[in-house]
Write a protein that binds this ligand. Structure first.
Ligand SMILES: Cc1cc2nc3c(=O)[nH]c(=O)nc-3n(C[C@H](O)[C@H](O)[C@H](O)COP(=O)(O)O)c2cc1C
Length: 170
């Protein structure tokens, strides 16, 4: 699959088959995250593979939507605030930028493997903290459900602004 096709095929999958991705597929998407760039190469991220029934139920409590619970697996991405790069000119912290790049690497790698994902940030942070074994400087930032899209699922039309609306040449 070339890059243009990959980007076209990635979409937010909100219905999954009850089939667990293979260990090799999970490793491939995690390795795509590992190779993502990060500010000053700090790699302030951690990836929790949430696979057991009890852990999936605990994490689902942080985002109680019926579709979310259909995912056979989640990758919860956290950042360690102790490790993130901070821009000196304005103090802007870059951990969430780094985690976001890694998350999209996962989404694209999953798409390349025929899997579906969906970014989820609208979760209850305290409930996510309870579901994950976090250290004191660690913040959960993105949850990615991962699995095979339900049978017959099609890529929806992309509803996006035009280039003319979002690009300015100066
Ligand atoms: C930072 C971010 C947070 C998001 N959070 C959620 C979420 O909490 N729940 C959800 O269903 N989708 C969430 N999405 C998915 C977006 O709604 C989706 O990417 C957007 O509507 C474009 O659709 P597409 O991904 O199918 O191309 C999020 C996406 C991003 C990038």
């Amino acid at each position: 699959m070339n890059f243009e096709t990959l980007v076209q095929r990635r979409y937010s999958v909100r219905a999954y088959q009850q089939v667990l991705p293979s260990d090799a597929e999970i490793k491939a998407v995690l390795d795509a995250a590992r190779l993502a760039p990060s500010a000053c190469n700090r790699q302030p991220w951690h990836f929790y593979v949430v696979r057991s029934q009890s852990a999936r139920e605990a994490l689902s409590a942080a985002y109680p939507r019926p579709w979310f619970a259909t995912a056979p697996l989640y990758i919860a991405i956290t950042i360690h605030h102790d490790e993130e790069w901070v821009r000196t000119s304005d103090g802007h912290r870059h951990g969430i930028v780094d985690a976001s790049i890694a998350a999209e690497h996962i989404c694209l790698a999953a798409t390349a493997a025929g899997l579906g994902t969906c970014w989820v940030c609208a979760f209850d942070v305290e409930a996510a903290r309870k579901a994950l074994p976090l250290s004191s400087d660690e913040e959960p930032v993105i949850i990615l459900p991962i699995g095979y899209p339900e049978e017959g699922a099609a890529v929806p039309e992309k509803n996006r602004k035009t280039l003319a609306e979002i690009v300015t040449e100066i």
